[in-house]
Design a protein around this ligand. Structure first.
Ligand SMILES: Cc1cc2nc3c(=O)[nH]c(=O)nc-3n(C[C@H](O)[C@H](O)[C@H](O)COP(=O)(O)OP(=O)(O)OC[C@H]3O[C@@H](n4cnc5c(N)ncnc54)[C@H](O)[C@@H]3O)c2cc1C
Length: 83
């Protein structure tokens, strides 16, 4: 993360909700910073249910794939830690 950079949007939380917002903003070429503490509410859950195309997968696997996809957008920057 660059110091003194001006972002259009700063998202606190980089799980499903934050990543979904970051993908839309990244696609819109908005300079976006995602700050994530890495403690999603479902972190103790072994398998996701009722989630089309992802049923039965570990939540972390789904979140890791989403993170990789969002990282493909150069306008999105990640910072690990709590805001
Ligand atoms: C036990 C359990 C089982 C579940 N099982 C299912 C299921 O089978 N199927 C299903 O569809 N849904 C399930 N859910 C619901 C699903 O997990 C939530 O709807 C989903 O995780 C919400 O996503 P979110 O991005 O809003 O929040 P979260 O996934 O909780 O992510 C919030 C993120 O924000 C970060 N954060 C918070 N505050 C800060 C801060 N100040 N600074 C930096 N980072 C911060 C956290 O560290 C975390 O990474 C389950 C939930 C729980 C608790």
């Amino acid at each position: 993360m660059e110091k003194n950079k001006i972002y259009d949007v700063i998202i606190i939380g980089g799980s499903y909700a934050g990543l979904s917002a970051a993908m839309a903003l990244g696609r819109s070429l908005k300079q976006t910073l995602v700050i994530d503490g890495g403690e999603p509410c479902n972190r103790q859950t072994p398998h996701s249910q009722n989630f089309l195309t992802q049923d039965g997968k570990p939540p972390k696997e789904i979140a890791d794939l989403a993170t990789r996809q969002v990282k493909d957008y150069e306008s999105v920057t990640f910072f690990k830690g709590f805001a």
